[in-house]
Every structure is written in C-alpha cells, then in structure tokens.
Design a protein around this ligand. Structure first.
Ligand SMILES: Nc1ncnc2c1ncn2[C@@H]1O[C@H](COP(=O)(O)OP(=O)(O)O)[C@@H](O)[C@H]1O
Ligand SMILES: [Mg+2]
Length: 401
C-alpha cells in the first residue's frame, strides 16, 4: 500500500493525462463503429445504384424495395446512411415532403421496438407497452395514409427480425403498398447473413427483394487505403506508423475484408499505445490490440452460451484426464444433477459438443466407431482459466465449479 502522498500522485497523474487529452487521437468520432465517413472508397457502384433506386421518393413516388447483402464490415450500413442523409438534404432543398427512417433491428431487439422507431419517424405517439403489435402497426399505417406520407424505411440487420420474431411485421410492411392508399412505404433491408433469404416467407421475399445488391469484401489493399483516410481524420500527424496501418489492413483482411474490424483495430491499438504512455502507435500495439479484441470476442461468446452448453463445457474441463465423450457424459450427469437442471441424453450432449466444436471452443475428433456409437476425443481449444473466469460469472454454474 502506498503512502497518502503516493496515492495522490497516482490519481493526480491519471487525471492530468485525462485532462490534457490524447496525444495520439485528435478526434475519436471517426473511430466509432457507427461513424459514417464523408466519402466511401470503392463503393461508387453501390452508392450510385442505391441512389437511383431511392430517387423516385423525390418525385413523391414509392421506390422499389431493395435488399443489401454482404458480410460484416463491407460498407452496407455506411452506404445506406450516406444515401439517406443526402436524400434528406435534397428533399429539404426542394421542399419535398418525405419521411425517412433508419433503424437497426438487432439493436431495437423486438418487432414492437422497431414499430416504435417507425412511429417516431412518422410523428405518431405509441405507448412503450400495452398495445399488441398489430394495433401499434395500424396506428403507424393510419398516420401514413391519413397524411399521404411517402415513407422510406431502412431496416438494418433485418435478418435479426426474420430469425427472432413472428415475421408479422415484415409481412405487414411488404404488403403495405397493396393496402395503404394513399401514401406508401418503401423498404431498404440490410443483412450480414447471406442465408437469410431462406428464412423469409416467400411472399415477403418476393416483395422485399424487388432489387438486390451484394457488397463484396474489401481486399487488403482497399482496407489499407480506407484506413489511411480514417487515420487522417482521427490521428494527430505522425502518431501511427505506416507499418502499423499496413498490419491493421493485413490482419483485418485475413478472414474476409472487414472494414469494421480494421477500424476497431485502429481504435484499440491507439488505446493500448496511450495506456503505455507512447506518443505513437507501432506494429506491436496492433498485435496487442488484436489479442485483446480476440479475447473480448471469446469472452462474449462464452458469456452468452446457454446453460446446458456451459455445463457441458465445464464437464470437458473437469474430465481432462480421460477426454472421451463417454467420460465427459459421466461428468455431465454428475454436474447436471447437482445443478438441478433437466438431464440431456448422451446424444443431445454429443450434439452440443459438436456445436462447441464449430464455435472453435473445443475440438472433438472421432476416435472409433464402436458398437455403442462413435466415441470422440475432446479437448479445450481456449484458455482454461479464461473459460472458468467467465463461467464463474454465471451464478448457477459457479455453484458447481
Ligand atoms: N468504403 C468505405 N470507405 C470508408 N470507410 C468504410 C467503407 N466501408 C466501410 N467503412 C467503415 O467500416 C466500418 C464498417 O462499415 P459498415 O458500413 O458498418 O459495414 P456493414 O454495415 O457492411 O457491416 C464503418 O466504420 C465504416 O465507416
Ligand atoms: Mg451494418
């Protein structure tokens, strides 16, 4: 324990640094995940196409619905927001009444919350709870037809709605142009999940996918140039080396060219360098940042595992010496009865082990195909301490660790 004077000195130096601000970062805003840069590189084709699709809104017509697809960090959200911003400005310039809404379905979380966003955009008040989805939606629809509104809605991460809800809202929205006269709703749906079409009601899909556009991943070279632009906006001159930027691009491009990951790496590496008291981000800071991000990703993946999967993972750890599926199942039986949850069959447990394998948390290799089915050798692929740390945060699991 330091003396009183020592403690004050520590606190003082932390606060002085905070008050002086960052030496590396001149503006943190461009490093935020939802920042829309003034210019998007390598996306002229997509921007032009989206602008052409939505342009009829300015002639007071409905526009075609469109689906934008592509892996994460390929610029879909940024493209949609950029075009929407310009559309709003143009409508103001020409005094054309338009009604625009951008909402992220994953962040909204439920169909009802999406309707709340729509309601706010069309200027109708809806209580936070108490109405059925149908009633809430009818009020939005009534407002649109009563006021003859031309409503353009961007539903970002729309796959979340298809996976986690009844699908009623998408159904209502896509057939609105048959029902709503006058006024109308046009939709831009955005999805990171390429298989999401398979989950949609065919009627919804045929309406939503009037137009479709795929956003390809960026090449490492493209990422490098995107990062260089971002560095100019966010970093003080000379506060990151060229080698560090190149490494960021190479690492972010190693899975698929993901600009979000690239920008996240920049931000986290600046934090790392700053905490080390350095005035410049160098390559080794990027490597530390990558480890930190991967660890955060892993912690999050472990945290959100269902209870049974957590128990099974714990069983893997606790049956370390004999890591066959049989002995893991024995451990699981013991743990699950102590916890007091439903006991799954060996077959279900084996299925969950395969899922954990697919998530990269364990590896499960088939050992032999004996009379009693296949036996697998299972081993943990991630740090045991980290897994135990995260599992302890779950009070039910903590009781048997
Ligand atoms: N072409 C681009 N030029 C500049 N920055 C980009 C470009 N594409 C993506 N970004 C940046 O990368 C991050 C992720 O982009 P985003 O549009 O959110 O991707 P998506 O919605 O496809 O997952 C954002 O910070 C965004 O500003
Ligand atoms: Mg997005």
């Amino acid at each position: 324990m330091g003396s009183e004077a020592d403690q004050k000195k520590i606190i003082n130096s932390i606060f002085t640094k905070a008050a002086e601000g960052s030496r590396i970062i001149k503006d943190a805003e461009p490093l935020r995940p939802d920042y829309v840069p003034p210019k998007l590189l390598f996306r002229d084709e997509q921007i032009t196409a989206v602008a052409q699709i939505v342009a009829p809104i300015l002639r007071k017509q409905r526009c075609s619905n469109v689906l934008l697809y592509g892996k994460t960090g390929t610029g879909k959200t940024a493209t949609a927001r950029l075009v929407l911003n310009e559309l709003r400005l143009k409508a103001q310039e020409f005094k054309i009444p338009v009604c625009l809404c951008y909402t992220n379905c994953r962040l909204a979380g439920t169909e009802y919350r999406v309707v709340l966003d729509l309601a706010e955009s069309v200027g109708v008040k809806i209580p936070f709870t108490g109405l059925s989805l149908g009633e809430a939606y009818s009020r939005v629809a009534a407002q649109i037809s009563d006021n003859n509104l031309n409503f353009l809605v961007v539903l970002d991460e729309i796959d979340y709605l298809a996976k986690n809800s009844t699908g009623n809202l998408l159904y209502e929205l896509t057939r609105s142009h048959e029902k709503l006269t006058p006024g109308g709703i046009s939709l831009i749906g955005i999805s990171n999940d390429l298989r999401f079409k398979e989950m949609l009601d065919p009627r919804v899909l045929s309406s939503l996918g009037e137009e479709e556009m795929v956003f390809p991943p960026y090449s490492v070279e493209e990422l490098r140039l995107i990062l260089k632009e971002r560095v100019k906006l966010a970093f003080n001159d000379g506060c990151i080396t060229e080698g560090a930027v190149n490494l960021c691009a190479a690492l972010a491009g190693s899975e698929h060219g993901d600009a979000r990951r690239a920008v996240d790496l920049l931000r986290v590496s600046a934090e790392v360098a700053e905490r080390e008291g350095k005035a410049r981000v160098e390559e080794h800071h990027i490597k530390i940042a990558l480890q930190k991000m991967e660890q955060d990703r892993l912690i999050e993946a472990l945290r959100v595992l269902p209870l049974q999967a957590k128990l099974i993972l714990l069983s893997v750890i606790k049956s370390e010496d004999s890591s066959s599926t049989g002995s893991i199942y024995q451990t699981y039986l013991r743990l699950s009865s102590r916890v007091g949850v439903e006991t799954l069959t060996a077959r279900r447990v084996s299925g969950i082990l395969s899922e954990l394998d697919m998530q990269g948390l364990i590896s499960a290799n088939v050992l032999s195909k004996g009379r009693y089915g296949r036996s697998k050798r299972v081993s943990l692929l991630v740090s045991k301490h980290l897994v135990l740390d995260v599992l302890t945060q779950d009070p039910i699991i903590a009781a048997v660790i």
